[in-house]
Structures are given as structure tokens and as C-alpha cells.
Design a protein around this ligand. Structure first.
Ligand SMILES: NC(=O)c1ccc[n+]([C@@H]2O[C@H](COP(=O)([O-])OP(=O)(O)OC[C@H]3O[C@@H](n4cnc5c(N)ncnc54)[C@H](OP(=O)(O)O)[C@@H]3O)[C@@H](O)[C@H]2O)c1
Length: 338
């Protein structure tokens, strides 16, 4: 029987926090005390984690004191302020934000790909961006077997990737559009209902966005492939839950789609759905609420003899965030590092 761990969830009332509470119960994480933290706005709310019901407290440094394991799913500012706090008393923090991912002292982990990196932690670990995870889950087995030289990916990212306010903006925008009423977006620069736009994060001087650079840098770090050539375009789409990506890879040699499908199917956490003739391929409604990453439409890239193309989808709130964070915690427990 595993030792019970005192867990604190920062951002417990958010979209990711909500899923994390479900997963902590469903995966029977050995919980000791459970602290639920959010902004002052949510203090006093009662939330469930399986059979447990706890009151949300306002996040303060004091509220975290002594916690053995802290999950942070709030905002960059909160992660910056609280990320290194638990390490002071020997606790471990697993952070979901973009703040710590490229810090050389912070392991950036997708357990199916680079579980051993958790050994290097100094009290703080991070999950990748929710569009990086599905792509590295596919690149890892292809890279091991065939050598990946170059990657070009275009993402189609759901509004839940931006948080609860964006999910509400999509619903309100759809209602207004259907009623023929004007709608002023607050979260996004344009209406997202019945629309899409190639802007996620902030534009950089080179014309790429911060989100696109996250995918480039994080993919290289997780795969330990600093030289990997990779370019991306990240697009926000009017989907509630589930991020998709069209990925073109250039390998060391020509690879038949059937061979690639076998390599992908052998990867833990990855499910191949690839019978296009039966309309069977991954899509956000298939992936929402599910743990695995789904891949399909595997085919030759007509533009390069060593090229392959595939389509990958995941639930951004689960494997793209809460599940990956929890799997990191489980890996730490297994290795006696928590
Ligand atoms: N959504 C995704 O698919 C996804 C994927 C990977 C990583 N992430 C990262 O996960 C984090 C959370 O994302 P989300 O989608 O769950 O966002 P969200 O739905 O907007 O939830 C934000 C959470 O942070 C809390 N919070 C906000 N300001 C706070 C403050 N000053 N003090 C304490 N708590 C505060 C909110 O509490 P209140 O309810 O009290 O406001 C809420 O619990 C972000 O860093 C995001 O980048 C998200």
C-alpha cells in the first residue's frame, strides 16, 4: 500500500483542476490531506474528489505550507509566484503553465516518452503545452524506429485550451450568431463562433507566435533532439474540447504507412484509428473525455520520398494537462522520488 501524500491543487475550480480532481479519485492516487485552492472569488465553494468533499480556500503561501505534492493549474503569474515554493520544505510541484518548461533544472515530461527525466527534478516538474503532447507522443516511436529529420505541423486547438472563460465565450458567441445578435469577444481578438484564426499566444518578431515556439522548443527538449528541424502553425478553432494536428514528418528512409501504423500502435497511450473508408479517424468528439492520444490518416507524403503524414487528436484537458500531470506524480511515486 503506497504512503498517503498530502496534495494541494492550485486552480481546483478551473477546467483542468476539475478534471484533475476526477482523475485523482478514478486512478486511486494515495491521497492524504487534500487542499483545494483558487482565487478569493471561489473561497468557500465545495468541490468533490470522488467520495471526498472539500472547501476551496484562497491561495496564499501559508495555505500550501507542508504540502507534499502541489499541482498548479492556474495562470503563468501564479506559477511564477508559487512554482518553487513547495521545494523549500521538501515538497514537489507539478506545474501546467508555460513558465518553467524550458528551465534546464525543470524536467518537462510526457511519461510514455521520457519518464526517466523525472529523476532529475529539484522539486519542480512541468507538463508540456497541450498541443506539444500529442505530437511528441507520435514522434517518439517514429524517431526511435525510423529517425525523424524534419517535422511540419499545423494544429487545430479547441477553446477549452484557453480556460473556462473562453469555453463560455464560444457558447455565448454561438447563441448570439444564431439569434442574429451582435457579439463582442472578450477573451479572443475575433469572434470564435463559426470562425477560426491563426493566432495563439503572442506574435514574435520572426512572425511565429509564442505557442508555435513552445511546440518547437518543448518537442526538442522532451525528445532530447536539440537539432530536430520543426516548424508549426497553431490555429484556434471553434471546438469545445480536443486539440488536433496535421503532422508531416521526414524520416531517415522511406517508410510504408503500415510499418508506421505498427510503430504508433506499439506506443503506450497512443491508439491508432485509421479506417478512412468507414469514416474512422480521430476527431475531437471521439477524443473528448478519453485518456489516450488518437492517431490516424497515416499516409505517404506525396512531396517527399521519406515523408509521412498523419492526423492526431487528444483531449487537451486530460492527456494535454491533468492526466499528464498525474502520470508524472505516479511515476515519481513508483521511483520513490516523492
Ligand atoms: N486548458 C488546457 O487545455 C490546458 C492544457 C495545458 C496546460 N494548461 C494550463 O493550465 C492552467 C489552467 O488552465 P485552465 O484551462 O484550467 O484555466 P481556467 O479554467 O481559466 O482556470 C483557472 C484556475 O486558476 C484559478 N486562479 C485564477 N487566478 C487566481 C489567483 N489569483 N489565485 C488563485 N487561483 C487563481 C482560477 O480560480 P477561480 O475559479 O477562483 O478564478 C481557476 O481555478 C494554465 O496555466 C494553462 O496554461 C491548460
Amino acid at each position: 500500500m503506497a504512503r498517503a501524500i498530502d496534495v494541494a491543487v492550485v486552480g481546483a475550480t478551473g477546467l483542468v483542476g476539475e478534471v484533475l480532481l476526477d482523475l485523482l479519485a478514478a486512478r486511486r492516487f494515495p491521497l492524504g490531506r487534500l487542499r483545494l485552492l483558487a482565487s478569493a472569488r471561489s473561497a468557500g465553494r465545495r468541490l468533490r474528489c470522488g467520495a471526498l468533499e472539500e472547501t476551496v480556500q484562497e491561495l496564499t503561501p501559508r495555505a500550501l505550507e507542508g504540502a507534499g505534492l502541489v499541482f498548479i493549474s492556474a495562470s503563468d503569474a501564479i506559477s511564477r509566484e508559487y512554482g518553487r515554493l513547495a521545494a523549500r520544505w521538501g515538497g514537489v510541484t507539478i506545474d501546467d503553465s508555460g513558465v518553467w518548461r524550458m528551465d534546464p533544472e525543470v524536467p518537462l515530461v510526457v511519461p510514455e516518452v521520457n519518464a526517466a527525466d523525472v529523476e532529475l527534478h529539484r522539486g519542480l516538474l512541468s507538463i508540456p503545452n497541450c498541443s506539444t503532447t500529442p505530437v511528441v507522443m507520435c514522434l517518439a516511436p517514429l524517431h526511435r524506429r525510423f529517425g525523424v529529420r524534419r517535422v511540419v505541423a499545423a494544429t487545430y486547438q479547441s477553446v477549452s485550451g484557453t480556460g473556462r472563460a473562453a469555453a463560455e465565450e464560444l457558447r455565448a458567441g454561438c447563441r448570439a450568431e444564431l439569434a442574429g445578435e451582435p457579439f463582442e469577444p472578450r477573451v479572443y481578438p475575433h469572434p470564435i463562433a463559426f470562425n477560426l484564426f491563426p493566432e495563439i499566444g503572442s506574435f514574435q518578431p520572426d512572425g511565429y507566435t509564442s505557442e508555435e515556439w513552445k511546440m518547437v522548443r518543448e518537442t526538442r527538449k522532451i525528445l532530447h533532439a536539440e537539432e530536430l528541424a520543426i516548424a508549426t502553425t497553431c490555429v484556434r478553432v471553434p471546438v469545445a474540447v480536443g486539440h488536433s494536428a496535421a503532422v508531416h514528418v521526414e524520416l531517415d528512409r522511406p517508410v510504408e504507412p503500415a510499418e508506421a501504423r505498427r510503430a504508433l500502435a506499439d506506443m503506450p497511450g497512443l491508439v491508432v484509428v485509421d479506417e478512412p473508408g468507414r469514416h474512422a479517424y480521430p476527431h475531437p468528439r471521439l477524443a473528448a473525455g478519453q485518456d489516450p492520444v488518437f492517431v490516424g490518416r497515416v499516409r505517404k507524403d506525396l512531396s517527399h520520398p521519406n515523408g509521412l503524414v498523419f492526423w492526431v487528436v487528444l483531449d487537451n484537458l486530460r492527456k494535454g494537462a491533468a492526466l499528464d500531470a498525474l502520470q508524472i506524480a505516479e511515476e515519481l511515486l513508483r521511483r520513490g522520488k516523492l
